[in-house]
Ligand binder design. Structure first.
Ligand SMILES: Cc1cc2nc3c(=O)[nH]c(=O)nc-3n(C[C@H](O)[C@H](O)[C@H](O)COP(=O)(O)OP(=O)(O)OC[C@H]3O[C@@H](n4cnc5c(N)ncnc54)[C@H](O)[C@@H]3O)c2cc1C
Length: 362
């Protein structure tokens, strides 16, 4: 008998497991592939929503709480596992915001730093960038993590205290008299007091047999990777909804598309060309830089990007932590803390109201 079953081993499931082991619960985590290989691997790792002033307070509240704890989390994971999630405060250049006053008012109200800078500053700060602009918005405190390293570190940090079953899919939930009893997987039946569904883009599929489903759908995102040298590009750069992420080892990611393609994770020549053109327009040095990789991942798309972090209303003992859309890495720690609060019946860290299944999201 396990106390808590976590279904899905992306960043949401792994962070949730890490929160709950601290409470001495017996935890089993079931993952249909290998942990941390879906959206949590495919993503970029920018620790801020893109153009955050366009998002609701519900998303920003999770992001801000998480941004504050990321340094301590990454430090603890590095010490425990010797794997560094490479938390780096690269700062974010926003090259094309037309509503700069809205952005500045948001920053003032939320206590975030946004500076307006000119072309001369830009040339000095990011010399490889070739774009003529009158002004840019500069968010010096925005950081990034190397998400595949984060999930590797999380897995290693919990593996001695959590039973992890990989390559095993939960195929249905066992519910009797309105109470969660356990789950059937492709390999066994697991009894548990409660379950937390952290299945990302696949959440509606898993829940459709039991009644109301959250509005979560797969939204494909394609990314490209260049192998540049360290320091050639130094800052996160956002332009026309696309972004550039320079890693510590010099690799540069370009992302990402936003496509409704169901569960199809193929890459396309059109997206590759579009991302390439955007990258070399901003950073011409990338024309002379080898392309190392091109991939796609499935974001757990939800209305307004507000995740479902809640009890499942008609089934006692069933919980959701899913639907983080474009922001599951930046909102992950707060989401995990909040769902752990709900499961353990602790006073919630953040108001749970906006993340309920019934909450209005459009
Ligand atoms: C291209 C791209 C760029 C992104 N960039 C950023 C960014 O810069 N910053 C940011 O914050 N976020 C970003 N995101 C979003 C972020 O990656 C996601 O919101 C986050 O990873 C979601 O995590 P998750 O654990 O909920 O889902 P996932 O990582 O998809 O994990 C869900 C897991 O559940 C498993 N699963 C599903 N069904 C079952 C089942 N029935 N039984 C067992 N296991 C099951 C899956 O195999 C999967 O491993 C990006 C996403 C993409 C695709």
């Amino acid at each position: 008998m396990t106390d808590i079953l976590i279904i899905g081993g992306g960043v949401s499931g792994l962070l949730t497991a890490r929160e709950l082991v601290a409470a001495d619960a017996k935890i089993t985590l079931v993952e249909m592939g290998d942990t941390g290989r879906e959206a949590s691997w495919a993503g970029g790792g920018i620790l801020s929503p893109l153009y955050p002033w366009r998002y609701s307070n519900a998303v920003n509240a999770l992001a801000h709480w998480s941004q504050d704890v990321y340094p301590e989390l990454c430090c603890a994971l590095h010490q425990e596992t010797r794997i560094s999630p490479e938390l780096t405060t690269s700062g974010l250049l926003v090259l094309d915001e037309e509503q700069r006053d809205v952005a500045l008012a948001w920053a003032e109200q939320q206590g975030r730093v946004i500076e307006v800078q000119d072309q001369a500053w830009l040339e000095q700060t990011e010399p490889s960038l070739e774009l003529a602009v009158d002004e840019v918005l500069w968010m010096p405190r925005v950081a990034q993590i190397r998400n595949p390293r984060l999930t590797q570190a999380l897995r290693q940090s919990i593996q001695r205290r959590v039973r992890i079953h990989e390559n095993e899919k939960v195929i249905d939930l066992i519910i009797e008299n309105g109470k969660f009893q356990g789950a059937r997987t492709t390999k066994r039946k697991i009894k548990a007091d409660c379950a937390i569904v952290c299945t990302g883009a696949w959440t509606a599929q898993l829940l459709e047999a039991i009644g109301e489903t959250p509005k979560i759908r797969p939204v494909r995102g394609q990314m490209m990777l260049f192998s540049a040298a360290p320091g050639q590009i130094q800052h996160l750069t956002l332009y026309r909804e696309r972004y550039i992420i320079p890693r510590q080892d010099g690799r540069v990611l370009i992302g990402s598309t936003l496509e409704e393609a169901g569960f199809d994770k193929s890459t396309t020549a059109e997206a590759k060309e579009e991302l390439y053109q955007m990258a070399v327009e901003l950073y011409p040095l990338l024309r002379r830089t080898p392309i190392e990789d091109h991939w796609a991942g499935l974001r757990p798309g939800s209305p307004s990007g507000i995740p479902y972090i809640c009890t499942y209303p008609t089934v006692e003992g069933l919980y959701l932590n899913a639907g983080h859309f474009r922001n599951g890495l930046v909102t992950g720690p707060a989401s995990a803390r909040l769902i752990a609060d709900l499961v353990l019946q602790r006073p919630p860290t953040l108001s749970p109201e906006p993340y309920r299944l019934e909450a209005k999201r459009d």
